[in-house]
Design a protein around this ligand. Structure first.
Ligand SMILES: Nc1ncnc2c1ncn2[C@@H]1O[C@H](COP(=O)(O)OP(=O)(O)OP(=O)(O)O)[C@@H](O)[C@H]1O
Length: 215
């Protein structure tokens, strides 16, 4: 594992056109564990993940503690490459030789319950199956900071349960920032849940694992 420290968002300010998404927003996240961001649509959760990932510029402020981390981002959309198979989408993020990558990708397909679907193109899979390929790909890529934007959207309850336990097993040492609209999901997974409102983004509540409100 790479060197880890807290992830600190300090005085983040960002506007889209004239809309203030962050106005001196600050948040400190632990070295590891699962932090859920829960809040209404449009409050700025995805924008926050994009700023942390370095994909979205911000006007001022500091995001510290990401420099030494390998970031694995499960976007809200699956972003599978449509011209290669499900297994090849996973193999594409692996760093071994071609044979190893193919074998490992097949193992990941099995782990997400998609044995037998390896050679299908994304368009030949259902919405939930595509989501599982995207989950397999982000876990196969690995990292010490996982950004998970509504990871279980479109999954049936059984697949969701399987994906929750797979993510738990495979990201043990990492910091996970999970965006969700599902309170139960937050309760099952989160060490800390922040209930947000906005824009501009504001922390309404901080809830720790034992569901104790601390703010
Ligand atoms: N590229 C953009 N240009 C202009 N405004 C944007 C852009 N991206 C997001 N916004 C605005 O910023 C606000 C926050 O959007 P964001 O996608 O971060 O919300 P969210 O909390 O993730 O919503 P959801 O839960 O629906 O995914 C919204 O009001 C949105 O309209």
């Amino acid at each position: 594992m790479m060197g880890k420290c807290k992830l600190e968002i300090i005085n983040l300010t960002k506007t889209y056109n004239d809309k203030n998404i962050f106005d001196h927003f600050s948040l400190t996240l632990p070295e590891k564990g699962t932090v859920c961001l829960y809040g209404p649509s449009g409050c700025g959760k995805t924008t926050l993940l994009n700023c942390i990932a370095g994909l979205e510029p911000y006007d001022s402020g500091v995001i510290a503690g990401v420099e030494k981390r390998k970031i694995a981002y499960l976007f809200q959309e699956n972003r599978l490459l449509p011209w290669i198979s499900a297994a090849e989408n996973i193999a594409a993020v692996l760093r071994g030789n071609e044979i190893q990558n193919r074998e490992e990708a097949r193992i990941w397909m099995r782990l997400v319950g998609l044995e037998g679907e390896e050679d299908k193109l994304p368009a030949q899979l259902s919405g939930g199956m595509k989501r599982r390929v995207a989950i397999a790909r982000v876990l196969a890529y690995g990292g010490d900071l996982f950004l998970l934007d509504e990871p279980f959207r479109g999954l049936d309850p059984e697949s969701k349960e399987q994906m929750i336990s797979l993510i738990k097993q495979r990201t043990n040492d990492a910091l996970k920032i999970l965006v969700t609209h599902d309170k139960q999901e937050a309760e099952i997974l989160a060490d800390i849940t922040y209930i947000l409102s906005g824009p501009p983004v504001k922390i309404d509540k901080k809830i720790e694992r034992n569901l104790q409100e601390v703010m």
